[in-house]
Design a protein around this ligand. Structure first.
Ligand code: FMN
Length: 132
């Protein structure tokens, strides 16, 4: 199993309808490509985790990277992991409002994950929270 984590900046604040459009495309394509993962949005950034076969994950990430709805896409981590972490989610998502931390959103989603993967995602979220 291969996973990739990146962070990016929305071109402009996305409305919930726009986010639903993104999630609809993600769900449709990810199901076909056997990709699962999570997408978290706070008021300034997207943090996304994708897992599946290396080919499909990289192909999907290339498509996502070319999407004009966000920019400053930065790969935080990629490589193999032992097993799929989000088997039930073509793309789980959470929007963090101004009062809550990205870390809290991540910690709700990683409850069933392996400890090392959960720790990695939490550390990315904490770094992002510290950056303000
Ligand atoms: C933040 C963000 C996350 C996205 N996540 C996914 C994803 O997980 N899977 C996917 O196929 N497309 C995702 N997309 C959408 C792709 O960039 C692209 O619009 C879509 O894959 C095109 O699919 P279509 O040709 O079926 O319309 C995402 C876009 C953004 C802005």
């Amino acid at each position: 199993m291969y996973r990739l984590v990146y962070i990016s900046t929305p071109k402009r604040a996305l409305g919930s309808d726009e986010l639903l459009t993104i999630l609809a495309a993600a769900t449709k394509n990810n199901r076909r490509n056997e990709i699962t993962g999570i997408l978290i949005q706070d008021h300034k950034r997207f943090l996304q985790y994708l897992e599946g076969s290396e080919d499909k994950v990289e192909e999907t990430f290339a498509r996502i990277s070319a999407d004009p709805r966000h920019f400053a896409i930065s790969r935080l981590k990629s490589g193999s992991i032992e097993r799929r972490q989000f088997p039930g989610w073509s793309m789980a998502s959470k929007t963090v409002d101004q009062c809550n931390s990205l870390r809290d959103a991540v910690s709700e989603l990683v409850k069933d994950c392996d400890r090392d993967v959960a720790a990695e995602l939490l550390s990315f979220a904490e770094a992002r929270d510290r950056a303000g």
